[in-house]
Write a protein that binds this ligand. Structure first.
Ligand code: ARG
Length: 394
């Protein structure tokens, strides 16, 4: 019998995959769940589900620290947002794929399977990484059988697969964020109900009192919150807690998927929004005007590459190299005030700051002698003046 390693979350799609792989593909199924910081019970759930459905072996791989340091922190350092979404699902995919490839090698499996449907982005992301990093075959049973969610539920019932409790929505969760899709959320004319949220308070329930926190960065990476030094995983968790408590980080958007479909997406990414906002504010203090403009291009391109699953595209590495060099000076602290869904950077400082209080001050007359500006001002927009004279003046 051929061996297959299935990336397994214990949710509906991947649970159906186990049975399909056994019945229709006639394969020995090894399930693997990669821990990228989803809640404790989301790690236990696949373990129990694998046992219940009956797989040949189940792996749980702890990749939390790697995910935080090498993926989520890259999102902070590049301020990467895709149409406003901090890419929490997208950043996790290449890492999950890499870990699944490692297990397939260890187990001498001929095939890797994933539970993606044929309409989403994850099929592209998983398969691009798996193909780059391994020569195994890839199968996607839900896609192969063109199953709808209702058909999957029927199949699960018929085969005694325990139906996951949150069956109305499709939820993907990790340390960097929570993605909620499907069910009534598919219709953009319907307001997202309060019960889809778990990490963030509503504005009504958020504390009346504002909270100010101080985040310290070293070389573009957050290292301390309110003076407390934290590991990357703990720091992101803390950022999620604090920002979530104040109702920051809910995103309800129309997103353009890789295949071009527009879809209504909901996210909770409180920590990501907090840390990216603070980080970007510090860059503004440290970077030159040219660097700021260039960094915007990096953010945009980086987000596109990660969203599209181009993790192994050389440009992604090139951008990291340039950006890491720029981040060498992004050291300092930022204070943020959180209150009732709002997030405001209130103060910031860095030893590499290019902001010179003495020269910018209205009180200075020595560092910049105003009279010396006369010539510089006189020829400003010289081409605009020429154009106006030639074209607009009667
Ligand atoms: N649209 C998002 C992305 O492509 C999230 C997908 C989340 N997946 C899910 N099963 N809810 O990155």
């Amino acid at each position: 019998m051929e061996k297959v390693v299935l990336a397994f979350s214990g949710g509906l799609d991947t649970s159906v995959c186990v049975k399909l792989l056994q019945e229709k593909y006639d394969m020995e199924v090894i399930t693997a769940c990669v821990d990228v910081g989803q809640p404790e019970d989301e790690i236990k759930k696949p373990e129990l589900a694998a046992e219940k459905i009956g797989t040949d072996k189940h792996y749980t791989i702890d990749a939390k620290e790697e995910f935080a340091k090498d993926y989520a922190f890259r999102c902070i350092k590049t301020n990467a947002l895709y149409e406003g979404y901090p890419l929490s699902t997208a950043f996790a995919r290449p890492l999950i794929a890499k870990k699944i490839v490692e297990i397939a090698e260890k187990e001498n499996a001929t095939t890797i399977a994933h539970g993606c449907t044929g309409k989403g982005n994850d099929q592209f992301r998983f398969e691009a990484t798996i193909r780059a990093e391994s020569d195994v075959n890839i199968v996607a049973p839900v896609r192969d059988y063109n199953l709808t969610r209702t058909e999957e539920q029927d199949y699960a019932r018929e085969h005694g697969i325990p139906l996951p409790s949150e069956k109305i929505y499709s939820i993907d969760e990790n340390l960097w964020g929570r993605s909620i899709e499907g069910g009534l959320l598919e219709d953009p004319t319907v307001e997202a109900p309060e019960d889809i949220y778990e990490w963030t308070k509503s504005i009504d329930d958020a504390p009346e009192e504002a909270q100010v926190i101080k985040i310290e960065f070293v070389k573009g990476e957050p290292v301390k919150i309110d003076g407390e030094e934290l590991s990357p995983v703990d720091l992101i968790r803390k950022a999620n807690e604090i920002a979530g408590e104040h109702g920051v980080g809910r995103i309800d958007m129309i997103e353009d998927r890789i295949i071009g479909l527009k879809s209504r997406e909901n996210y909770e990414t409180p920590g990501a929004i907090l840390l990216i906002t603070a980080h970007a504010a510090l860059e503004k203090l440290v970077f030159s005007r040219e660097e700021i403009k260039f960094a915007e291009n990096i953010s945009q391109k980086y987000a596109e590459l990660v969203y599209d699953g181009y993790w192994n595209e050389p440009l992604r590495e090139d951008l990291d190299i340039v950006n890491d060099h720029m981040q060498e000076r992004v050291t300092g602290w930022v204070e943020v005030r959180l209150h009732k869904g709002s997030l405001k950077v209130i103060t910031k400082q860095s030893p590499y700051s290019l902001h010179n209080l003495d020269s910018v001050s209205f009180e200075d007359k020595e560092i910049i002698d105003q009279r010396e500006m006369i010539g510089m001002v006189k020829y400003h927009d010289i081409q605009g003046a020429e154009y106006f004279k030639v074209n607009k003046k009667e």
